[in-house]
Design a protein around this ligand. Sequence first.
Ligand code: OGA
Ligand code: MN
Length: 285
Amino acid sequence: MTVNCKRIGNTFAAEVHGLDLARGIDAGLAAEIDHALATHGVLVFRGQRLDDDSQQAFIQQFGPPVVTNFKEIATGHPHFYDVGTVDNEGNPIPEDSVKGQYLLANQLWHTDGSQNQPPIRLTALHARELPPVPPPTEYADMRAAWNDLPESRRKELDGLIIEHSIYWSRSKIGMTMDDFSEETKAARKPVQHPLVRTHALNGLKALYLASHASHVIGWPLEKGRALVDELTAHATQRKYVYAHQWQPSDLVMWDDTWTMHRSTPYKEKHPRKMRWCGVRELEAV
Ligand code: OGA
Ligand code: MN
């Protein structure tokens, strides 16, 4: 079977037709989806009636699922986060709560898990309940952004190492080191990743940036931060962006190794309930 993909974005992103994921996928189909992700970056599967068990069965075909141990957005299931906008009583999440801060930070361009080593490789987000006018999720094509840089610039950038840190990304929404416990600070140390990554399946290069990306190892701090800002602005120009308009029961899956994404603001009372799961890289990158 070949996965039937139809391009929906400008430079990347595709809709996948003809699959009912709740029926389960075998290893061969998972490998095809993996290759489709290497080609298209973002895959949209419409109308997938998944529950926790079938979403779990799906994600684990791609590798060991991420263990979701961040308690404020935990679901009770070991491999899911609840990226919802309401608490269990249906009230909007206050912006100054821990979960509110998490949701706010999701509005910064990021790749999932780049603040960790190994980072997350793939993410699958399922729309369980949507408001009448759901906020879109935006995705950026970091491969096209890389390819469009002049060759001389690519030579300068290839090989640079970037420090990624949760403290840096959270500082952008007003948090300080005092907002983190000593336990968190001990457990969540900054990590390093290459600025330019080569895809394991097709050898194609792409920028690897995120809200967590702070500065260049071995460069003066401010110079490195200016480079990260400049490249992030370059890579998130509208021509590289696919804005996903959610429909009920969409499953959107993306390749975190060469795309960035962000949520867009949503302040209405009607619940938006999304189930997040992912798989990590098996080795440090
Ligand atoms: C995520 C994420 C964006 C959204 O689930 O990793 O960033 O629109 N979500 O909910
Ligand atoms: Mn995310």
